[in-house]
Ligand binder design. Structure first.
Ligand SMILES: *[C@@H]1O[C@H](CO)[C@@H](O)[C@H](O)[C@H]1NC(C)=O
Ligand SMILES: *[C@@H]1O[C@H](CO)[C@@H](O)[C@H](O)[C@H]1NC(C)=O
Ligand SMILES: *[C@@H]1O[C@H](CO)[C@@H](O)[C@H](O)[C@H]1NC(C)=O
Ligand SMILES: *[C@@H]1O[C@H](CO)[C@@H](O)[C@H](O)[C@H]1NC(C)=O
Ligand SMILES: *[C@@H]1O[C@H](CO)[C@@H](O)[C@H](O)[C@H]1NC(C)=O
Ligand SMILES: *[C@@H]1O[C@H](CO)[C@@H](O)[C@H](O)[C@H]1NC(C)=O
Length: 341
């Protein structure tokens, strides 16, 4: 498979950026460290030992990943795996659940399948590590880094050069707002009110990350088109067209997230910088022969047989994109992330 190619080299060729060339010569990553907060789109094994249905550490998940199944919710690499490769990291960022043998100074991945901004989101499927707990885990790592570097001030100085990638919120809709009547939030909030309440919480967590934990370069990723997943389309029996009610709710959230990023950039009491990125949206579907069905049958259970040609599909299972789609998301993301560096 293509696992041995160097995607950043390809990107370098067409960007001809000086820091790409520097990376080529010295083999150094463009940022010293990368910390990842999120859900199954970014999880790299944090759920493997949790009591939950939201796990992916079995075949056919990982069939195109060099180490096989690891807990990633796709056939190969996730979007943030590709982004970290493009940034010049030689190894994937280790999951918080297993940092043994890794250098935490290069970053940690806290993402957890099923997790949301709200504590209860996704927990119908079992345990997950919600955003509040992910932040608490980061504080543990922060203390370890402070100890290694000789104090909080040194840690803040070091961490100010790191990239923080926050890609969360999909489960606050898929496994909460639109999981009625198991979840009742839609009785109490309009989509606009719900988006606002999520953004208020998210902004508190981000403020903590910046004000107390030294983050200065923060990427906030919008929701996917949640109404276009094979699961959403089959649950709503739309015959293969997207569920517009879900997409509309997601775009309200995305608009609010974008304006939060503007506000953060405008309130420059610190020298922190923020960018907003889109994730999987319909524009990516155009490059793929199959965008309305999943490669692995819905309910991609252990040892199910996936489709023959994974590169033809946008969706690996009922909710998650294939490695092929993740690569395209990551290429788009990386070009924007360059503005932060
Ligand atoms: C932890 O990560 C190391 C290095 O990637 C790997 O060799 C080891 O098998 C992992 N341990 C567990 C329990 O997953
Ligand atoms: C889906 O297709 C079936 C059969 O063609 C039809 O009866 C049904 O009304 C369609 N549903 C929607 C939501 O378009
Ligand atoms: C998916 O779209 C193709 C055309 O692009 C169509 O032929 C097929 O019936 C659709 N599949 C489903 C499950 O709706
Ligand atoms: C930006 O500053 C305004 C006015 O001081 C404040 O109301 C708002 O909460 C701040 N926003 C953020 C995201 O810090
Ligand atoms: C940025 O902040 C200034 C002063 O606090 C305010 O007048 C302006 O409207 C803000 N712009 C945006 C885009 O929020
Ligand atoms: C898989 O699909 C891609 C994209 O449609 C195509 O370029 C490639 O030739 C296919 N590979 C095989 C082995 O069929």
């Amino acid at each position: 498979m293509a696992a041995k190619t160097k995607p950043w080299l390809v990107i370098c060729v067409f960007l001809l950026a000086a820091n790409c060339i520097q990376q080529f010569v010295h083999g150094k990553s463009q940022v010293p460290c990368l910390f990842i907060f999120g859900d199954s789109l970014s999880d790299s094994g944090n759920n493997n030992n949790l009591p939950t249905l939201g796990r992916a550490n079995f075949r056919p998940y990982g069939i195109d990943f060099p180490k096989g199944p690891t807990g990633r919710f796709t056939n190969g690499r996730t979007a943030i795996d590709f982004i970290s490769e493009f940034l010049g990291f030689k190894e994937p960022i280790p999951s918080y659940a297993n940092t043994s043998g890794s250098n935490i100074l290069k970053g940690v991945n806290y993402a957890s399948g099923g997790a949301g901004i709200r504590r209860e989101s996704g927990k119908i499927g079992g345990a997950n590590i919600d955003l509040e707990v992910q932040l608490r885990n980061h504080k543990v790592i922060y203390s370890m880094i402070a100890k290694k570097l000789g104090g909080s001030e040194k840690a803040q100085q070091y961490l100010s050069e790191c990239l923080y990638y926050v890609n969360i919120g999909n489960n606050d809709y898929i496994y909460n707002y639109f999981y009625f009547p198991i979840y009742l939030t839609r009785l109490f909030y309009t989509p606009q009110q719900y988006a606002n309440s999520l953004i208020v919480r998210l902004s508190q967590y981000i403020k903590e990350l910046v004000d107390e934990l030294g983050a200065r370069k923060v990427v906030l990723v919008g929701l996917v088109d949640i109404g276009c997943t094979p699961d959403a389309m089959s649950m709503h029996r739309t015959n293969g067209s997207c569920v517009e009610e879900m997409n509309n709710a997601a775009s309200i959230f995305n608009e609010e997230l974008r304006s939060l990023v503007d506000q953060f950039n405008n309130n420059s009491s610190t020298d922190s910088k923020f960018i907003y990125l889109r994730s999987l949206d319909k524009s990516i579907f155009l490059g793929f022969p199959v965008a309305n069905a999943s490669c692995c049958p819905t309910l991609c259970f252990p040892n199910k047989t996936p489709c023959q040609n994974r590169t033809e599909y946008v969706f690996w299972d009922g909710l998650h994109s294939t490695e092929a789609a993740n690569r395209i998301i990551a290429e788009r993301s990386y070009n924007n992330i360059m503005h932060l560096l």
